[in-house]
Design a protein. Structure first.
Length: 305
């Protein structure tokens, strides 16, 4: 409460400053200003546009305008976690931060080159980078500390596996293929198979599909609807262990081996256990993070953005 009144007094005594950089969120004793928000939102926008494969233009930036208020809430919650990290002793030591900064500096031929790279990434200067790095390390240490304490019982994992529809699957077709550029090349490869050579060996030697060649042409086990029509029609017409004749598609000519058919069921628990554990721990961390933030009340003022 004392911190709130102090902030109020400062705001009343410095009206010009408050107008220039208004407080857009109050997190416990700390104020988050519009300038601080704009820096972080700018970094978020660059990252989001890059992930979407969109150019960073005024038009695409306007596309992200609706995310400003939700991002303010997320940023305020991050500030609360930073306060928790500092209170619990997870703030990085100055030497650890400086070691990272030095490694970054050594990666550039000059200070000017580093400064240019930072600005092109949306970070105005090295001091700002240093501050952002310290915050990132603090959050990383806080989360790692609590995540390593989270344990998931085998019974809970099995129950989640049984109840989660995403771990069920329809009929799966396990297949391999060899992709050749011409019908003649496909016929030659088929002759090698008919002479007794293994399908995987011929695929590794001849297939033009870079995604499956090194795996002996393996396409894994996939449901109906996965492949383009001509390929899938030929695949579904095969019996397990049978190889198709050359199948023409827009990609070339395929020889297809149906290795087997799995009936509808569940993915094996062993196959999805790691993903299940991560799912449970993610939910547990979310609840724990909310508890860590509770001592630092959050008020946001999106109308000031």
């Amino acid at each position: 409460m004392r911190a709130f009144f102090l902030a109020l007094v400062l705001a009343l005594s410095l009206p010009a400053l408050a107008q220039e950089d208004p407080v857009v969120a109050q997190v416990g004793p700390e104020a988050l200003t519009k300038a601080q928000f704009e820096l972080r939102f700018g970094l978020f926008a660059r990252s989001a546009l890059r992930q979407l494969g969109l150019p960073d233009t005024q038009e695409t930036r306007e596309f992200l305008e609706s995310y400003r208020a939700p991002y303010l809430q997320a940023l305020a919650e991050e500030r609360a976690l930073l306060l928790a990290a500092k209170a619990k002793g997870f703030w990085p030591k100055e030497g650890a931060v400086e070691a990272r900064v030095l490694a970054l500096q050594e990666a550039f031929p000059s200070a000017e080159a580093l400064e240019g790279a930072l600005k092109s990434a949306g970070v105005p200067d090295l001091a700002t980078y240093r501050a952002l790095l310290a915050e990132a390390l603090a959050l990383e240490a806080l989360e790692a500390h609590y995540r390593q304490k989270l344990a998931v019982s085998p019974a809970a994992l099995r129950a989640l596996w049984l109840l989660s529809p995403e771990y069920r699957h329809p009929t799966l077709y396990c297949a391999r293929h060899i992709l050749l550029p011409t019908l003649e090349a496909a016929k030659e490869a088929l002759s090698r198979l008919q002479a007794g050579e293994g399908f995987a060996q011929v695929a590794q030697a001849l297939s033009q599909d870079p995604g499956s060649k090194d795996q002996g042409g393996s396409l894994g086990c996939e449901p109906q609807g996965t492949y383009i029509p001509a390929f899938e029609k030929a695949l579904l017409a095969l019996r397990p262990g049978e190889v198709s004749g050359p199948v023409g598609t827009e990609f070339g000519f395929h020889l297809i081996l149906l290795e087997g058919v799995r009936p509808p069921g569940r993915k094996p628990l062993e196959e999805v256990q790691e993903a299940l554990e991560a799912q449970v721990k993610d939910k547990a961390w979310e609840k724990l993070a909310q508890a860590l933030m509770r001592p630092y009340p959050i008020r946001v003022f999106p109308e000031r953005l």
